[in-house]
Design a protein around this ligand. Structure first.
Ligand code: SAH
Length: 276
């Protein structure tokens, strides 16, 4: 799906995952065109005053597009410094370093200011703390009317083959249908603005094929490690499942807007929060 850190049980696992994925332009399914499509659906336009956090940014797939397309100030957050170093290198090559600040921190305890962001972006990463928890906890960092744009593993149909369901439910119990994800957004103080499904090339051409091309050199370096061989076997299994069942599962891209609490007309100076 994307760098499966919940599967990393210790430092050896983690450093192997970093070594397999740090060379990639992205660490999960996605595409520059799809990031641009989400920007359009969010109604964002070029504006150097925009402040955006990209949470779980990896080596910068979406942060670089956001900086280039919007000229915005990007705070790129990931808990793996190796990925951030690669992002900085890439930003330098593209002349975007001035727009991107990297922060090595966990998405579980973000050092961001309340109501400071025009948008929160997170592609293929919110699952690490769970969609609902992320949607709830990150909301306070958005300005009123701010945008949440996240991609999330999503069932495309009402029913699906057992083999596929068993695999993904064991990897990510919160996997659900778009209608369920929309309901989570609505329940938590957002109004959905847009949704689309990542097309197959976002999985195959942009993520799995380049990953498969790195297997050989990864195993050449780490092949004596049983964990390394297991990581490759698990990735290969996931790729086969995707190829077989691609009509049933993908990432959905959810674009939503933070609802502002309505003002109490009788006492204009106080706000009556609509949410607990
Ligand atoms: N958004 C990038 C990376 C997706 S992979 C892309 O689309 O290519 C998921 C990313 O989340 C990885 O870079 C991983 O290091 C990061 N991550 C996982 N758990 C995290 C946590 N608790 N805090 C911060 N980052 C985390």
């Amino acid at each position: 799906m994307s760098v499966a850190l919940p599967g990393a049980k210790n430092l050896e696992d983690l450093s192997l995952l970093v070594s397999l994925h740090a060379g990639g332009d992205r660490q999960g399914p996605g595409g520059d065109a799809e990031t641009r499509r989400a920007i359009d659906l969010a109604g964002l336009n070029w504006d150097p005053a925009l402040k955006i956090a990209d949470i779980g940014c990896g080596t910068g797939a979406s942060a670089l597009v956001l900086a280039k397309v919007l000229g915005a100030q990007i705070t790129a957050i990931d808990f793996l410094p190796d990925f951030l170093a690669r992002l900085q290198e890439r930003a330098g090559v593209l002349g975007l370093s001035g727009l991107i600040e990297t922060h090595a921190q966990s998405m579980e305890s973000l050092c961001l200011t309340d109501a400071s962001l025009d948008a929160i972006w997170s592609e293929g990463a919110i699952y690490n703390i769970g969609f609902e928890r992320g949607v709830k906890e990150w909301r306070r960092f958005l300005k009123p009317g701010g945008i949440l744009a996240v991609s999330e593993l999503t069932w495309l149909t009402d029913a699906r083959p057992d083999e596929l369901e068993t695999h993904w439910v064991s990897q990510y119990p919160e996997v659900g249908k778009a209608s369920e994800k929309m309901a989570v957004l609505e329940k938590n103080g957002y109004t959905p603005l847009g949704y689309f499904v990542l097309p197959e090339q976002c999985w195959l051409d942009a993520y799995y094929r380049p990953l498969q091309q790195r297997f050989a050199s990864f195993l050449e370096t780490h092949g004596s490690s049983q964990v390394a061989r297991k990581i490759v076997a698990a990735e290969e299994h996931e790729i086969i499942l995707y190829e077989q069942y691609r009509t049933f599962v993908s990432y959905g891209f959810y674009i939503a807007k933070k609802l502002t609490p309505p003002r109490n007309r009788s006492t204009p100076s106080t706000e009556r929060p609509m949410l607990p």
